[in-house]
Design a protein around this ligand. Structure first.
Ligand code: HEM
Length: 652
């Protein structure tokens, strides 16, 4: 097996940077396993010793340009020449980085659950507690001085705990790119709370190389900057509809409420599920057409398009397509198998919308890519958004004439809402929504996948027994598998119905009087939901069971075909089912009298859902697509139905 990518990267970085005659200074306490000059392995040892712990850290330490500045004077001014040149995006004024300056310190940052929970590894954290006196020899800086070293300063600074760091020399080497400047002039903690990948001791070690002082005691409360001095990265996020079921608010992760999911074929924008990895970048309405997307080809040729130019020069297409998070129904996997790591979505991390924009393949062709023969170096198309999120898709998907991959400007007949990528996002129908990068401003055609954790680590599935994740072992999730869900259940009559009575449409057909538990058998229950398969594979059948899977019947597929647009079946099928409750056998305690409703779907190539979550369990809880089960409690069935917004009727 080839060496894992992280190790290969480390290998390449080391090969470029190892200079045996001039070993790097020791960067960490002796107790840590970082390389001492004497014990330093050769690059080839590093690459081919599989037992060696993840070595990207060491490689990065060695690869970064080490600052050689003298300590700044007490006024904080370095005697060094002002070497830092602002990035073009800053000059263009179209990036997110100007924000930090434009907005005042206002809201306290709150620690929020983060999406990726990478455990801290090998190294102990360096001691950073401040001495009470000046015995450390470091100058003290007021926070107002730190603020002057913001994103557009030639020497950007950040604070971490009570220390001040001049990160000028690190910016160009930062694996996450220029987004680091967003923290310049203030505290780094709120950003590291979002990017949990930084919560590793080796990252702290890198940071420690750039210390230039400590925060002045007058600005400290209990040894740390006061909370109200720490800028909230989410301060400019938009308001959201209260009907959403919020899982985290910073970053916003909110699912479409169950009552809205199968209500309409196109999910209204205000309740379309939101999956943000970070803050929502600010692009003013008037600046939307000036927003730029750079397109880089494998030979390095780069073309820059404005949104205005894309709209004007390229034919626009309209398609309807589902977007679905790979974590949709993750909570089901947790409930029915075991603990999973990630946002605990129920059934609402999926929605369907109409998207308008230009075809990516047309723009790539205009930029100079040969669609007939893109060449060996063109294997993947990488996307980066304004907030630094990045992902990629295979070239075959990107240029497929029937793939309908769009650079979309509009959603359900209006400009993209800010939460959904204003002014432009990628839409990759049939694929996991993690590839539909929002606020896209950079596209690179490359021989490799995007380097981000969201491409190479986060969205993969391991076997039920695989608790150690070798990230390079499996492919990233691209096309989605088949799934289905029950989104609403309601009792519709208290008497056994005439089977010839048609299914009541729309709202208002809810339960009348509460039946007694004894008389529940034969009462009519109505179920609704969705079924969806990735890759443009059409749903052909939805099977429903009202008795836990002992007997089955087929649901009615709602005929939404007139609303579908696109080269393949990119949309969900909504389904409805009406049937009599089975005889529920329980003990004398009515609360025990439950039955389980089950749904499973089959697509046009006869893919169907697995029966249990145990069989597809993976630590990250990705692709939780097992039969969807909803317990129906006959003892408490008189509870209001449909459920309150955000709840799924009958689910535990
Ligand atoms: C001076 C402080 C910082 C240091 C020393 C630092 C260091 C690093 C390192 C070592 C990585 C690679 C992690 C890995 O792949 O194992 C990384 C990635 C990254 N960092 Fe930072 N970082 C800093 C500040 C920031 C800030 C303030 C932000 C955001 C505002 C940020 C955003 C990112 C992003 C987006 C990635 C890439 C994640 C990915 O590709 O999956 N970093 N950083």
């Amino acid at each position: 097996m080839s060496a894992p990518i992280s190790r290969r990267l480390a290998c390449q970085l080391l090969q470029r940077t190892v200079r045996p005659s001039n070993p790097p200074p020791a960067l960490s306490p002796p107790s840590t396993p970082s390389f001492s000059p004497a014990a330093r392995p050769s690059p080839s040892q590093l690459c081919y010793q599989p037992w060696r712990p993840f070595s990207f850290r060491a490689a990065l330490r060695d690869a970064r340009p080490r600052p050689t500045r003298p300590p700044p004077g007490p006024d904080g001014q370095s005697e060094h020449s002002r070497r830092f040149q602002p990035f073009p995006v800053l000059a263009a004024g179209g990036g997110v980085f100007g924000l930090g300056l434009a907005l005042a310190f206002s809201q306290p940052a709150t620690k929020q659950p983060t999406v990726l929970d990478i455990p801290d590894e090998d190294l102990p954290l360096p001691e950073t507690d401040a001495p009470n006196d000046n015995t450390d020899g470091l100058p003290r800086f007021r926070l107002s001085e730190v603020k002057e070293h913001g994103p557009q300063s030639e020497r950007p600074w950040v604070t971490y705990q009570d220390k001040v760091y001049d990160i000028t020399e690190w910016v160009g080497a930062h694996p996450g790119g220029e987004v680091i400047l967003r923290a310049a002039g203030g505290a780094i903690e709120p950003y590291w709370d979002i990017f949990a990948i930084h919560k590793a001791p080796y990252v702290r070690e890198i940071l420690e190389q750039y210390v230039v002082g400590r925060i002045h005691p007058a600005d400290l409360v209990d040894g740390r900057p006061a909370q109200d001095q720490i800028e909230d990265p989410f301060r400019s996020d938009p308001d959201r509809d209260r009907r959403m079921r919020f899982i985290t608010s910073k970053p916003c992760n909110a699912e479409t409420p169950g009552s809205e999911l199968a209500e309409s074929f196109l999910t209204p924008n205000e309740v379309f599920y939101v999956r943000n990895h970070m803050w929502v970048p600010v692009v003013e309405d008037v600046a939307a057409d000036n927003h730029t997307i750079s397109i880089e080809l494998p030979d390095g040729d780069t073309r820059i398009y404005t949104v205005g130019e894309l709209k004007k020069r390229f034919k626009q297409y309209t398609i309807s397509a589902v977007l679905q998070c790979s974590g949709n129904r993750r909570k089901d996997m947790t409930d029915h198998a075991k603990k999973t790591n990630g946002l605990q979505w129920t059934v609402g991390a999926i929605s369907c919308a109409k998207w308008e924009g230009v075809r990516l393949r047309d723009v790539l062709a205009d930029a100079g890519l040969s669609l007939a023969d893109p060449g060996e170096d063109a294997q993947h198309v990488q996307f980066t958004g304004l907030e630094a999120y990045g992902a990629s898709i295979p070239i075959s998907s990107a240029i497929d004439p029937r793939g309908d991959v769009l650079l979309a400007f509009r959603m359900n007949d209006v400009p993209l809402p800010r939460d959904h990528g204003f002014p432009v996002r990628v839409i990759v129908p049939g694929h996991v929504a993690a590839r539909a990068v929002k606020w896209v401003n950079k596209i690179v055609v490359s021989d490799e996948e995007s380097q981000t954790q969201w491409q190479r680590r986060d969205y993969k599935c391991f076997g039920p027994n695989e608790t150690t994740q070798d990230w390079d072992k499996y492919k990233s999730i691209q096309e989605m598998p088949i799934t289905s869900a029950i989104t609403r259940t309601r009792l519709i009559r208290t008497v056994v119905p005439n089977p010839s009575v048609p299914f009541p449409a729309g709202k208002g057909s809810s339960i009348t009087a509460a039946p007694s538990v004894e008389s529940m058998a034969g009462q009519i229950v109505q179920l609704e939901g969705y079924a969806y398969s990735g890759g443009g594979r059409e749903i052909q059948r939805v099977d429903v069971s009202l008795d836990g899977g002992k007997t089955w019947d087929q649901a009615r597929l709602v005929n939404d075909t007139k609303l579908e647009k696109g080269s393949k079946a990119w949309c969900w099928k909504r389904w409805q089912y009406e049937g009599p409750l089975p005889e529920v056998t329980g003990d004398d305690n009515s609360k025990e009298k439950k039955t389980t409703f089950v749904v499973k779907a089959t697509d046009e190539v006869y893919n169907t859902q697995p029966e249990t979550h145990q069989s597809i369990y993976n630590l990250r809880g990705n692709l939780a697509t097992a039969w969807h089960r909803v317990d129906f409690d006959c003892g408490t069935a008189e509870k209001p139905c449909p459920p309150q917004p955000g709840a799924t009727a009958g689910t535990k």
